[in-house]
Design a protein around this ligand. Structure first.
Ligand code: FES
Length: 146
C-alpha cells in the first residue's frame, strides 16, 4: 500500500519588526520590536531598565507600574507599539541630579519596602496617586482608618 505524501505545510510569514519611538526618562529612544512586545518587556529586555519588575504579567500585582504621559499604567498590559510617541517614566527616571525622588526617600525613611521586589511599582503608583490629587488628606489615602 502506497503511503500518502504529506501535505505541504503552509508557510507562515514572520512578522516584521515595528519601529517604536518613545521618550524614556527624558531620552528619545528608537526601538525595533516585534508587534507583540509589551512595554514591560521593551523596558526590561531591550533597554535593560530592570527596575520595572515583572510579577504576575497579567495586570494584577502592579509591580510593572510606570508612568506613560504622566498616568500610571501596568506596563505588562500594553504593547510597546501602542505607546509610540509617548513619554515614559520608570523608577530609574524618577530621581534627579543624583538624588532620590521624595517618594523614594519617604519609602526608605518609613521602611515601606516589604520584600522589595514590587517596591518600584508601589513608588510609581504612589507618585501618580499624589499627582492625580488622590492624596490630599489622610481620609483619601486610607478611607475608614482614621
Ligand atoms: Fe503584575 Fe504587570 S506584572 S501587573
Amino acid at each position: 500500500m502506497a503511503r500518502k505524501k504529506a501535505a505541504a505545510q503552509p508557510t507562515i510569514p514572520r512578522p516584521e519588526k515595528i519601529a517604536v519611538a518613545l521618550i524614556i526618562n527624558g531620552a528619545e529612544t528608537q526601538l525595533s520590536l516585534a508587534p507583540w512586545t509589551t512595554l514591560l518587556d521593551a523596558l526590561r529586555d531591550h533597554l535593560d531598565l530592570t527596575g520595572t519588575k515583572k510579577g504576575c504579567d497579567h495586570g494584577q500585582c502592579g509591580a510593572c507600574t510606570v508612568l506613560v504621559d504622566g498616568r500610571r499604567i501596568n506596563s505588562c498590559l500594553t504593547l510597546a507599539v501602542m505607546q509610540d510617541g509617548a513619554t515614559v517614566t520608570t523608577i530609574e527616571g524618577l530621581g534627579a541630579d543624583g538624588r532620590l525622588h521624595p517618594m523614594q526617600q519617604a519609602f526608605i525613611e518609613h521602611d515601606a519596602l516589604q520584600c522589595g521586589y514590587c517596591t518600584p511599582g508601589q513608588i510609581m503608583a504612589a507618585v501618580a496617586c499624589v499627582h492625580e490629587g488622590h492624596a490630599t488628606s489622610p481620609e483619601q489615602i486610607c478611607p475608614g482608618e482614621q
